[in-house]
Design a protein around this ligand. Structure first.
Ligand SMILES: N[C@@H](CCC(=O)N[C@@H](CS)C(=O)NCC(=O)O)C(=O)O
Length: 214
């Protein structure tokens, strides 16, 4: 199986985290033509989005769909809960990330050069963080219970971006008690750090390059 990925993409980090939790090493490649915008990449992945996996003659894009596929082809360890309500909560947290939090965090990349957040951005992100906090497991420390699962895969990269932007924008988001506990548990998990350690360095380098005068 091949995973097409680029280093700065938080969605690629999400798939890599899932693979790390499953203890799977697959062939990770950068898109041909040097970018996911290339004609060569689009010839393989018609949607032109990254991440994507190729499993034989099967091509699959969209990180959430990829995670569910990995869960089915590599069922051990199981990363979705058994209980239907817990499974639904796991999927809800995935959507709260992809549809609500991440697009607002992604918009901040445009503000890096100026070093100032667009008006209203901090409040809008805070509302998303509060919604996520409200949906985290009461016991924790992970999103849904004591072990990491699919619901935990998207957030560490996005939190790494937020943490990198905090000093830059003099920004102090209010992470709730469950979120702080979750972040600490994720940081302490070896599978997460193998992916997120290098990811933090990539984000820091991107910011440095964008902020440098030349
Ligand atoms: N919904 C997609 C989002 C991934 C995404 O936004 N990837 C960016 C690169 S970081 C991309 O492919 N952009 C090209 C496009 O959206 O056309 C997923 O979950 O995989």
């Amino acid at each position: 199986m091949i995973l097409y990925a680029v280093p700065l993409s938080s969605y690629c980090a999400k798939v890599r985290l899932c693979l790390a939790l499953k203890g799977r090493t697959i062939d990770v490649r950068e898109p041909p033509g040097g970018t996911y915008r290339s004609a060569e990449y689009r010839a393989i992945v018609p949607s032109g989005t990254i991440p994507a996996i190729v499993d034989g003659d099967f091509v699959l894009a969209e990180s959430d769909t990829i995670l569910e596929y990995l869960e089915e082809v590599f069922p051990d360890p199981q990363l979705l809960p058994v209980d239907p309500k817990a499974r639904a909560r796991a999927r809800l947290l995935g959507r709260l990330h992809d549809l609500h939090l991440e697009p607002r965090v992604r918009a901040l990349f445009a503000d890096v050069q100026a070093g100032r957040m667009a008006g209203g951005a901090a409040a809008a992100i805070q509302a998303k963080l509060d919604a996520i906090e409200a949906n985290l497991d009461a016991e924790g420390p992970f999103a849904i219970g004591s072990r990491p699962g699919l619901a935990d895969c998207a957030y560490p990269a996005t939190f790494a971006i937020i943490e990198a932007f905090m000093p830059l924008f003099d920004w102090k988001p209010d992470f709730g008690r469950r979120t702080l506990r979750w972040q600490a548990a994720s940081r302490a998990h070896p599978a997460f750090e193998t992916v997120i350690g290098p990811y933090r360095a990539t984000v820091a380098e991107w910011i440095r390059a964008r902020r440098s005068p030349n």
